[in-house]
Design a protein around this ligand. Structure first.
Ligand code: C2E
Ligand code: CA
Ligand code: CA
Length: 339
């Protein structure tokens, strides 16, 4: 961030703003000046037109409280997302998991959950994964985050099992996570620590990620499948997988992307695509999950097409663990059976 005075020795603030624009300066700028407010506002407008990221300008002499307010708002609405801040967030226990139920279409029973990570960045700001997972994936932060998540999920599964809810949990992992040949061993020792069976875990890898899987991961996936872990191809339909690759890697679940599902009831083309995907997956012996089920009509279409499992806002939104436990205990999903 730059705090820029408009009045400089041998230049002026507007010249500097043009220069910052030329070098594509990515940070925020606060203009400050003892000049009259109309001139400050006009300079601020020029900077915004250039596309620079401007915070409110301030008049000199600077009032500390005014600057403090601007900076506090800045920190809360424009978080610093980097490998370092993610590690710091893990240390500060700022990450949390929301769980979204998955329902078996034929019986309307809740059979599992998907773990979706969130970052309590500060008291006001809850960050969704799209804001930080891509950055984490460009560094080792993603491995730390994924290991943290697996530990949490294994503990949470145990807590639910003690309450009588036998649920499997799907965890999103980047394809690269499986490159480490020690993963089967690491997972097995975690299982011993928490006492959760590996069969309660499904790893979801996006279709695009599956295409990029190095050979070694096929070996690791097979070893984990033998130990009971399920593997799901996530966001199916958005990548470019070939039937051969589907056949070669031992995935046992196909998760059809929500873009085909959200308006399934009124989109005939989507129905044809979903029908083909379900037949393909079933012929390969895979279970089919539809995500993004938002209305009852689409659920009916999925049932008629023979889809196995549904997940989406119609059933429930992702919830924090305590809320999800209450949802399960109150058997809110039982209402489905009366519809
Ligand atoms: P995804 O795996 O495709 O997860 C499903 C996303 O769709 C979630 O968004 C979920 O809240 C949302 N969703 C669920 N039901 C509906 C519905 O009926 N309608 C609509 N419109 N959306 C629905 P979220 O939680 O923001 O997650 C976004 C993506 O972030 C996930 O997409 C996943 O790729 C990634 N992600 C989430 N948690 C993790 C994680 O722990 N590790 C990694 N590596 N990626 C994660
Ligand atoms: Ca997923
Ligand atoms: Ca998905």
């Amino acid at each position: 961030m730059i705090i820029l005075d408009l009045h400089l020795e041998d230049s002026d603030g507007i010249e500097i703003l043009h220069h910052l624009n030329e070098i594509n300066y990515p940070g925020h700028i606060i203009l400050c000046s003892g000049l009259d407010s109309r001139l400050i506002n006009a300079s601020d407008a020029i900077a915004r037109q250039l596309g620079l990221k401007m915070l409110p300008a301030i008049q000199k002499p600077i009032k500390i409280r005014e600057l403090k307010n601007i900076l506090e708002n800045y920190w809360s609405c424009d978080p610093d997302i980097s490998c370092e801040s993610i590690h710091r967030g893990i240390d500060l226990n700022q990450f949390t998991i929301h769980y979204q139920p998955k329902m078996k279409i034929s019986t309307l029973d809740v059979i599992g959950l998907e773990a979706l990570i969130r970052w309590n960045y500060n008291d006001e700001l809850l960050l969704y994964p799209d804001a930080f997972i891509p950055i984490a994936e460009h560094s080792h932060a993603i491995d730390t985050l994924t290991e943290w998540l697996i530990d949490q999920v294994l503990q949470d599964i145990q807590e639910w099992r003690k309450k009588g809810f036998d649920l499997s949990v799907a965890i999103n992992i980047p394809a690269n996570f499986l490159v480490n040949p020690n993963i089967p061993q690491i997972l097995t020792s975690k299982i011993q620590t928490y006492g959760t069976p590996l069969s309660a875990i499904t790893f979801e890898i996006t279709e695009t990620g599956v295409m990029a899987l190095p050979n070694i991961t096929k070996d690791i996936i097979s070893r984990l499948r033998i130990r009971g872990v399920s593997f799901s191809i996530d966001d199916f339909g958005t990548g470019y997988s070939s039937l051969i690759s589907l056949h070669n890697i031992p995935f046992n679940e196909l998760k059809i992307d929500k873009i085909f599902i959200m308006n399934l009831h009124e989109d005939e083309d989507a129905q044809k695509i979903v029908n083909a995907a379900i037949n393909l997956a079933h012929n390969l012996g895979m279970t089919v999950v539809a995500e993004g089920v938002e209305n009852r009509q689409s659920l009916n279409v999925l049932r008629d097409l023979g889809c196995d499992i549904a997940q989406g806002y119609l059933i429930a939104k992702p919830m924090p663990k305590e809320e999800l436990t209450a949802w399960l205990e109150n058997q809110e999903y039982q209402a489905w059976k009366d519809l």
